[in-house]
Design a protein around this ligand. Sequence first.
Ligand code: DGT
Ligand code: CA
Ligand code: CA
Length: 572
Amino acid sequence: MKNVDVARHFEEIGDLLEIQGANAFRVRAYRNGSRTIEDLAEPIAGIAANGEKALVELPGIGKDIAAKIVVLIETGTTPQLEKLREEVPPGVVDMLRIQGLGPKKVKALFAELKVTSLDELKAAAESGAVADLKGFGKKTAQVILEGIEHIVHVGNRFFLAEALVAAEAIVHDLKQLKSVTQASVAGSARRRKETCGDLDVLATSTDSSAAMDLLGDHELVEKVLARGETKQRVRLRSGIEMDLRVVPDESYGAAMQYFTGSKEHNIVIRQRTQKRGLKLNEYGLFRDDELVAGETEEAIYKAVDLPWIPPELRENRGEIELAEQDKLPKLLELKDIKGDLHMHTTATDGTASITEMIEAARERGLKYIAITDHSKRVTMANGLDAERLRKHWTEIRKIREEYSDIEVLCGIECDILEDAELDLPDDVLAEADWVIAVLHYGLKQPGEQIMKRLLNAVKNPHVSAIGHPCGRIVGRRPGADIHYPDLFKAAADHGVLMEINAHPSRLDLDDIQAAAAKDHGIPIVINTDAHSTTGFDVMQYGVYQARRAGLEKNDVANTLPFNKFKKLLKRS
Ligand code: DGT
Ligand code: CA
Ligand code: CA
């Protein structure tokens, strides 16, 4: 069992307990435990193997949770969660996904109005029953309706990070089978789309039943939903469903091309095959009944006079025209990244010290970082006022003296307040090496005010970059109403960088806006926003998003060596 699974288990216990109205300390204990496990660098299963005593030594893990961890790892679940799940209907848990609706309100809706699904909640909100509820009101009812619409719009999709990790683990295990020659992730996960509806995996094998048996028995799989000669559909424990298709070697390229999609991309490719008197399907490319190509994707694309197109670009957003003119970008790669300019320490809401973050960054081969703790407006995260920030920087300056192989910038993640002022005075910001300005509060303000805030930040001569510009949470919270062309024009004029926040729940800028920022000539910086030493590991998701935007190494500022990166900080 992975740390994330154990963490999610306790998070869910905390949520369900709160919905049931359990004691707040108890609820918090589960959440703290969950957070500790999530941030742990080493596998919790390894620690648990040494017994409960070793677990209790972790911060936030008491005797009770320690005992449950042991049971959870041994049996895959705990009696407590199973019981809670029986008591609280799954539709009630879904309500937690609505932004602005915490367990307390969900509990009230469940207890008072007896709503047990999003559909029932929608009806209750529309009928006015929600607004009449104590502590709710018309505004909350409206927020709920908007939240439901957003969820329904995103549908039951999963974060790429979660989907991809599972798919890659299964592909890895399939490849261990003697009878399997090739295996790969296809579908939206291969295109690195920020969310996946389901997973698609392909394998070539001399013995399709061996591959299907392996999948059916896999530890990540909860249930086999359907099984045929060459196709199997399963549901993973995380809830995401997966299609496995077993194809012969000579069809592998055709099947990869077909099942990678997107549908829109494939339609255009198929038109090109038809024009050439060919027929394309998942088994191959045929002239009459003769197989012309099928073993590799390259051969399929070549047959329609195109170079191979990277999966991240296959959305029919101009990639076929670029391929035709031999102008496909040479996409950014993870290994090109040399710096990370957004991270937190224990000074605010991070779990690691300055030194621990520097060490972790060095281990990952980073050559420069910026430590950017929160400014004071974020009280929830213990944000820094001028005095504490200056002390923090003094500390950073002292510690960075000890390192000759990594540059450490004294930074700040400075809130852009609701009234468009920055959260810290100019004379303080002037002392920073690097300032990321961000929106955290008032994301629902009218577009005009949002733009006033962003433009004010861009014009401030001390601001280096705009972080997670729209503030969205993928699938959960829509971003602020930004008029991007105006933002990008101002950023380009003032020499302000734009961030792709790599956290899988943010990916903000998104692929479309990152491409637009590039068109404005704005250097993009991809940052992890790490809150722990393992937080650096999400960089790849930012890189995927950049690749979907067609970005090359040259478009991304933190691929530069530090001496060149530094020059970008000089504001025009
Ligand atoms: P998802 O699962 O919603 O995140 O998105 P995809 O792209 O993984 O879509 P999925 O799982 O329905 O199908 C995988 C790929 O198979 C899809 O990208 C293209 C191909 N495909 C599926 N159905 C069709 C179809 O009706 N026509 C064509 N041309 N391709 C299809
Ligand atoms: Ca899919
Ligand atoms: Ca599928």
